[in-house]
Design a protein around this ligand. Sequence first.
Ligand code: GAR
Length: 208
Amino acid sequence: MRRLRVGVMISGRGSNLQALLDACAAPDFPAEIVLVVSNRADAQGLARAKAVGVATRVVPHRDFASREAFDAAVTEAFEAVEAELICMAGFMRLVSAEFVQHWRDRLINIHPALLPAFKGLDTHRRALAAGAKEHGCTVHFVRHEMDSGPIVGQAVVRVLADDTADTLAARVLEAEHRLYPHCLRLIAEGRVRVRGEIAEIAGNGAPD
Ligand code: GAR
């Protein structure tokens, strides 16, 4: 079986990276992680990759004069290992228009809200403040406008009357850990076609 060569970008804890690593550990999973890049040397996710023998690179953004120069170094790192798809997994920096264009329809992100609602940070507190009854997470192809782009999949989490931002975040995170590998599988199996701003899913696009 040919496996899609995947690069992952992280900045911190790396629990979504862990979910992707776990999925890729199954012999019949159609993707493999060939490199994890972090912009922070202290990202906990780096140890998760190392623990299973996946290559890591730290590309400290402060070493670069511009966002474009940092992004170009990241592109170079992924191209050196022939990555075919990049997954952002808690990567907490904006990327340049050049980077988005270079990886167009080959760059996905997970966001902790049901896009297009609650773009940006602090999504769980804002969902509670808005009185949302449903919340969740989204995997989408990355476009230049922050937290926008063709949606590959979403998972819905019910908001409970006694939720705090932390309890809601914890349930959304569990949903993220199921959704991200599911969406990666769909793409790796060639079941996702991007037409303009819509991602079309062949077969049933619902999470397992
Ligand atoms: C996740 O909840 C992810 O959706 C979010 O950061 C967390 C990273 O956790 N991403 C964003 O907010 C992107 N703007 P992790 O490092 O444990 O995967």
